[in-house]
Design a protein around this ligand. Structure first.
Ligand code: PMP
Length: 286
């Protein structure tokens, strides 16, 4: 059993005990990033939107030229097998595709590609603590610098730094701007604002178009809420009534305040956000 509470992982086509799985210290993706991954969540033994996550994983791998022999069905079946073999109902699932340890050159045709699927019990508690954000000092990269829809480890270097800096300053997370200065997202979740019966969220042209974000937009139209995707200036965020973050792990989290250096914006304790939060929980459990 690993410290994270998993016994069996799937690696390159085989289910093996986690203790038997070893990784070389010379693993290419450890030195140069270049791995891709997913973050999925299982409810009652089933991964919510497994196909969408698996497609995104395979698209990310293609973008990073990570060639492996597994298709959509292979990965989906393997994911289900990992949950079954670990006896997990509510779990966080982590597929990862990375380059092996055959060379320390930036590129080398001898480099292999590997695929892992691991699952750990869901620890993310559904406490209703509202989040305090500050404005992160690092910006999302230009979409021609790093492909925003590729969930590659390269993106996460400054996401980690931004979250660490937010926590050191006493906040829960950072709100990040893009290279143009528009509001983008938080370090591992997308952002929504609420104004009356309208949800307003940034256009996902410089950041990950989250699967939870897409689900919320789909749910909103069924709940009679209007939604608008548009560029949002930092100066505007004080005029919205509510704010929340969305992500597979976070689900829907209400934001209490955003401190942007000159002002502290407080958001209402959230009638529409609460509604969406409970509707999302029902949606994932269907
Ligand atoms: N942005 C970033 C940077 C993320 O890491 C995540 C989590 N995958 C999200 C947004 C939300 O994406 P999803 O809803 O697909 O989990």
């Amino acid at each position: 059993m690993s410290e994270l509470g998993t016994r069996v992982v799937w690696v390159d086509g085989d289910l093996i005990n986690v203790e038997e799985a070893h990784l070389s210290l010379l693993t290419h993706s450890l030195h140069y990033a270049g791995a891709v991954f997913e973050g999925e969540r299982a409810y009652g033994g089933r991964v919510f939107k497994l196909e969408a996550h698996t497609k995104r994983l395979l698209d990310s791998a293609r973008t990073m030229h990570l060639q492996h022999g597994f298709g959509l069905e292979d990965i989906m079946e393997a994911t289900e097998a990992v949950l079954r073999r670990n006896g997990l109902q509510d779990a966080y699932v982590r597929p990862l595709i990375w380059r092996g340890a055959e060379s320390l050159n930036i590129t080398n045709s001898a480099l292999s590609t590997h695929v892992l699927i691991a699952a750990v019990p869901s620890l993310v508690e559904r406490a209703s603590k509202r989040l305090a954000l500050h404005l992160g000092r690092w910006r999302k990269p230009h979409p021609q610098a790093l492909p925003p829809q590729c969930k590659g480890t390269g993106h996460y270097s400054m996401m980690i730094v931004s979250q660490l800096e937010a926590k050191q300053a006493g906040f829960d997370d950072a709100l990040l701007l893009d290279h143009r200065g528009y509001v983008a997202e938080a370090t591992s979740s997308n952002v929504f604002f609420v104004q009356g019966k309208r949800l307003i969220t940034p256009i996902a042209d410089t950041f990950l178009n989250g699967i939870t974000r897409q689900t919320i937009l789909e749910m909103a139209s069924q709940m009679g809420l209007q939604s608008e995707e548009r560029h949002i200036h930092l100066e505007e965020i004080g005029q919205f009534e509510e704010c929340f973050l969305t992500g597979t792990a976070a689900e829907v989290k209400s934001v209490e305040c955003i401190v942007d250096g000159v002002r502290a914006i407080r958001y209402e304790a959230s009638s529409r956000t609460n509604l969406l939060q409970s509707a999302y929980r029902q949606w994932v459990a269907r």
